[in-house]
Ligand binder design. Structure first.
Ligand SMILES: *[C@@H]1O[C@H](CO)[C@@H](O)[C@H](O)[C@H]1NC(C)=O
Ligand SMILES: *[C@@H]1O[C@H](CO)[C@@H](O)[C@H](O)[C@H]1NC(C)=O
Length: 200
């Protein structure tokens, strides 16, 4: 005796197909809702993510002798921002390299520190170079910078920031700087320019 299904009218949709269609609809809705929630979360959180920026600097010492030995001391003030109104931010592994024409001069490091809710902390990094022997061409470049009263260093590096979320979880961010610091070579005054890890 033929079964009810195989002999029934072609048009009847099997309950299994209905079931699959409903599941698919629910899944699709779930994906759309998750997308919207993520997008809103991004809009809410994005302007508040921790970032670092250079807010000041000074060239405290710039010496080059006749043998082409260079010595510098630079102070860089890096501000760590935490725009989150509900969580402290912990910053760690802060490390930046100061270089001149691709030659590393000094490393700026800081131990771990905390930035309270909706706050910022300024850190003075003092970079003192060891005496650095320059080849004649590099020494000439530095002399030229001094004559032109303008010297440019590269600052590269970053720090890791973390928000503690609840007792166990945390959200991590990495903040990277890659910019140029310009100074008047003669009096060591910093010429401000944009230097921040914040995405536009
Ligand atoms: C966070 O800081 C900004 C500016 O520093 C201030 O205008 C704002 O009211 C602060 N928000 C809270 C919740 O403290
Ligand atoms: C340093 O020198 C520059 C250019 O000569 C000048 O504009 C600037 O005001 C000077 N800064 C100080 C603190 O004297």
């Amino acid at each position: 005796m033929p079964s009810k299904f195989s002999s029934g009218p072609e048009k009847r949709t099997s309950p299994l197909v209905w079931f699959a269609a409903i599941i698919c609809t629910i899944l699709t809705l779930a994906v759309i809702i998750a997308g919207i929630v993520t997008f809103i979360g991004y809009l809410v959180i994005h302007p508040r993510v921790p970032f670092v920026s250079v807010v000041g600097a000074s060239l405290d010492r710039l010496l080059i002798d006749y043998a082409g030995i260079l010595e510098i001391q630079v102070t860089v003030v890096i501000r760590a921002h935490n725009g989150n109104e509900n969580a402290h931010a912990s910053f760690s592994e802060s490390s930046y390299f100061l270089s001149l024409d691709g030659k590393n001069l000094a490393q700026l490091v800081a131990g771990p520190f905390e930035v309270s809710k909706n706050n910022s902390v300024d850190f003075n990094y003092v970079a003192v170079s060891k005496p650095i022997p320059l080849d004649p061409e590099e020494a000439e470049d530095v002399d030229l910078s001094i004559k032109n009263d303008r010297i440019t260093f590269d600052l590269k590096g970053g720090t890791k920031a973390r928000w503690r979320v609840g007792p166990l979880g945390s959200v991590r961010f990495s903040c990277n700087l890659n910019c140029q610091l310009h100074f008047h070579a003669l009096n060591g005054t910093y010429i401000p320019s944009r230097c921040t890890s914040k995405a536009k």
